[in-house]
Design a protein around this ligand. Structure first.
Ligand SMILES: Nc1ncnc2c1ncn2[C@@H]1O[C@H](COP(=O)(O)OP(=O)(O)OP(=O)(O)O)[C@@H](O)[C@H]1O
Length: 352
C-alpha cells in the first residue's frame, strides 16, 4: 500500500512564497480534496504532485520513492499518475475510443490488450456506445467522462483532478459528482481533487485539506470540518451558519442547548469584551412564535424561498444576525423567539 506524503513542501515563484511548509499524508485509495479560495495555491500543489513544478523545499514521497525534493525531480511521465483537467484536454480529431486509448499508444500497447482495456475504461464511465463519436458530438459531462476513462486507462495508483467540474452547470455537476463517487469505488485509486467549491469537496472527499494563502488551515474529514471547524475563517468558508460574538467560552467544544442559551443571554447587551465565538448552524435553530419573558428573540430581516425550505435571517441585539430555517414564510419585521439546540465554540481566528 503506497502512501503519498508531502513533507514540509514549500513553493516560491521568484521571491514570493505561494505554498508554505505543507505536510499531508494521503493513504492509498483515499479521495482527498484540496479546497480553498482562488489563489490559495491548490493548483500549484497539484502541479508539484504531478511533477509539472519542482518543489522549492521539502519533499514528496510515494511509498518508498522520493518523487520531488530540492535534489530530486522525477519527471511527470515517470510518475504514472492519471490526470483530469477542467478543460477536458481531449483531441478534437480523435474519436472517443482513440482519445481514451492514446496513453496506451504512447506505451506501445496494441491489439487485443489495447481494445480490452479501452472497453473496460469506457464501461466504467458508461460510454461504450459513444466510442466512435468525436468530442464535438458529446455534451460537457460526456466529454469529462471520456477524460475520466483516459485517466484510468494506464491503471494509475493516483489520479489528479484540477477543478474538473468547473465548466459544467449545477445540474450536470450534481450528476457528475455521483459519477466521480462511482468511479472512485470501482477503481479504488487514490484521488486528489482540487476545487474551490466546498459543497463539491464535502460531497466527494474522504478527507479535505483546507488552504488559505498557501498554508494548511485544517486537514480533516468533511464531517469534522463542518461540525468542528478549526477557526472562524474555516467556519465561514464551510457550509452555512452564523458566527456570533459571545462571552468567553471554552474553545473547541460542542456546547449543549442550555449552555448556548445562557451564553447568548449573558452576552445579549454587551458589545465589547466579547472574546468568545460561537458557530451556530441553521438546522440547530428552532423558531417559535410565542415570545415569553425569558425568551431570546430577534426580528426577521430576510426570508428567502429555497424550494424545500425558507432561509430566515433574524436581527438580534448588539448588531448580530442569526441564520435559521423555516418550513413556512415569515414576514419581514416579525419578531420570533428562538432556541438553539447546540453550537460549536470556535477559536477566534487571528487570520480572519
Ligand atoms: N508560474 C507562476 N509564476 C508566478 N506565480 C505563479 C505561478 N503559478 C501560480 N502563481 C501564483 O501562485 C499563487 C497560487 O496560484 P494557484 O494557481 O496555485 O492558486 P489556486 O488556489 O489554484 O487558484 P485558482 O482557484 O484561481 O485556480 C497565485 O498567487 C498565483 O498568481
Amino acid at each position: 500500500m503506497a502512501r503519498l506524503s508531502l513533507n514540509e513542501v514549500s513553493k516560491r515563484f521568484d521571491k514570493k512564497t505561494v505554498v508554505t511548509s505543507l505536510s499531508l499524508d494521503i493513504e492509498q485509495g483515499e479521495f482527498v480534496a484540496l479546497l480553498g479560495p482562488s489563489g490559495c495555491g491548490k493548483s500549484t500543489i497539484l502541479r508539484m504532485i504531478a511533477g509539472f513544478e519542482p518543489v522549492s523545499s521539502g519533499n514528496i514521497t510515494h511509498g518508498i520513492s522520493c518523487l520531488s525534493s530540492e535534489q530530486v525531480h522525477t519527471p511527470t511521465e515517470h510518475r504514472q499518475f492519471g490526470m483530469v483537467f477542467q478543460s477536458y484536454a481531449l483531441w478534437p480529431h480523435m474519436t472517443v475510443e482513440q482519445n481514451v486509448g492514446y496513453p496506451l499508444k504512447i506505451q506501445k500497447i496494441s491489439g487485443k490488450e489495447r481494445s480490452e482495456r479501452i472497453q473496460k475504461a469506457l464501461d466504467i464511465v458508461q460510454l461504450s456506445e459513444f466510442k466512435q463519436r468525436f468530442p464535438n458530438q458529446l455534451s460537457g459531462g460526456q466529454r469529462q467522462r471520456v477524460a475520466l476513462a483516459r485517466s484510468l486507462i494506464t491503471e494509475p495508483d493516483i489520479i489528479l483532478f484540477d477543478e474538473p467540474l468547473a465548466n459544467l452547470d449545477r445540474h450536470l455537476r450534481d450528476s457528475m459528482e455521483i459519477t466521480f463517487r462511482e468511479f472512485h469505488r470501482r477503481t479504488g485509486a487514490t484521488m486528489i481533487y482540487v476545487t474551490h467549491d466546498q459543497s463539491e469537496a464535502m460531497a466527494l472527499a474522504d478527507k479535505i485539506a483546507v488552504l488559505k494563502d498557501g498554508q494548511l488551515v485544517q486537514w480533516s474529514t468533511p464531517d469534522t470540518l463542518y461540525h468542528q471547524p478549526e477557526n472562524e475563517w474555516v467556519a465561514n468558508f464551510i457550509g452555512q451558519g452564523t458566527t456570533l460574538r459571545c462571552t468567553q467560552v471554552p474553545q473547541h467544544q460542542v456546547l449543549d442547548s442550555k449552555t448556548v442559551m445562557q451564553c447568548l443571554c449573558q452576552s445579549e447587551h454587551k458589545d465589547d469584551d466579547q472574546e468568545g465565538r460561537l458557530l451556530i448552524r441553521p438546522q440547530h435553530v428552532t423558531l417559535k412564535e410565542k415570545i415569553t419573558e425569558t425568551s431570546l428573540f430577534g426580528t426577521v430581516s430576510e426570508c428567502v424561498f429555497r424550494g424545500e425550505r425558507y432561509d430566515v435571517y433574524l436581527a438580534l441585539s448588539g448588531n448580530r444576525r442569526l441564520h435559521a430555517y423555516s418550513d413556512t414564510p415569515i414576514n419581514i419585521g416579525e419578531q420570533r423567539a428562538f432556541e438553539v439546540s447546540q453550537a460549536w465554540s470556535l477559536e477566534r481566528s487571528h487570520a480572519s
